[in-house]
Design a protein around this ligand. Structure first.
Ligand code: ZN
Length: 257
């Protein structure tokens, strides 16, 4: 595999989530896999999660640091752009462009726009637009412009309708899925945890944990792996030789034969 050489200390991939825990919950397996393979990967949380029903921002910051170290992330940056009121404005675009110009990712993964949480939808549009403006020379934000917008793709959160149309699936073996589980469990205040006293929420229910595991099993099954994570591309890829590409996209179980 050839890897594009980034400029010194730049990132290969930046995962952008609305709240601390989104990147782990929806893309944790892929992030663990890429970190283990040696890619430079980091996470950017747009808000501190201060509006959540459970956990304080301080608790969540400590949980996010621990989850980042479990996944092997190079860096985690948490902005303070307003949980439960995240907006796509000149000011918030400026803040995200500044972060992109400092971190200089070659690719960005963020929320798919179909999601029941309004912050996730807004995070999608904010991140997508900031990726574009980060390469515009006279956009009013600190930092040197990116030579070109990062390659964009999307993870799936909790869609309004329970439908996920994946463009590709990242297969996960037991070890990678377990690392994702541990990164999610680091958010002791947010997800299913009988030891944490807090009001019940959808994402802290046992059913939610089981549903997310079942979703990973379902997408894994469709590519012949124990688990899997679905992703969508921002644009159709340019494929010069479709046959070579398709033959290289054999499912995991066929590759193993
Ligand atoms: Zn979220």
């Amino acid at each position: 595999m050839t890897r594009p050489e980034p400029t010194p200390d730049s990132l290969h991939l930046l995962a952008i989530g609305a709240h601390p825990d989104d990147c782990e919950l929806f893309a944790g397996g892929m992030l663990a896999a890429l970190c283990a393979a040696g890619w430079r990967v980091a996470a950017l949380d747009l808000t501190r999660g201060e509006a959540a029903s459970r956990g304080t921002p301080e608790e969540r910051a400590a949980e996010a640091r621990r989850a980042a170290s479990i996944l092997g992330l190079r860096e985690r940056v948490t902005l303070d752009l307003g949980d439960a009121g995240l907006e796509n404005t000149a000011e918030t675009r400026g803040a995200v462009v500044e972060a992109l110009r400092r971190l200089r990712p070659r690719a960005v993964v963020t929320h798919h726009p179909d999601d029941r949480h309004p912050d996730h939808v807004r995070a999608h549009h904010l991140a997508r637009e900031a990726c574009f403006y980060a390469s515009v020379g006279r956009f009013p934000a600190e930092g040197e412009r990116l030579a070109s917008p990062p390659a964009l793709f999307y993870f799936f959160g909790n869609p309004h309708r329970p439908e996920i149309h994946a463009d590709f699936i990242v297969p996960l073996d037991e070890a990678l899925h377990e690392r994702k589980r541990q990164a999610i469990a680091a958010y002791a205040s947010q997800f299913h945890n009988p030891d944490y006293a807090g009001p019940p929420t959808l994402i802290s229910s046992r059913g939610y944990a089981e549903a997310m595991d079942a979703r990973a099993r379902w997408f894994g099954l469709s590519v012949g792996a124990p688990y899997g994570e679905p992703y969508a591309l921002d644009q159709p890829p340019a494929i010069a030789d479709p046959l070579a590409q398709l033959l290289g996209m054999k499912r995991v179980e066929k590759q193993a034969r």
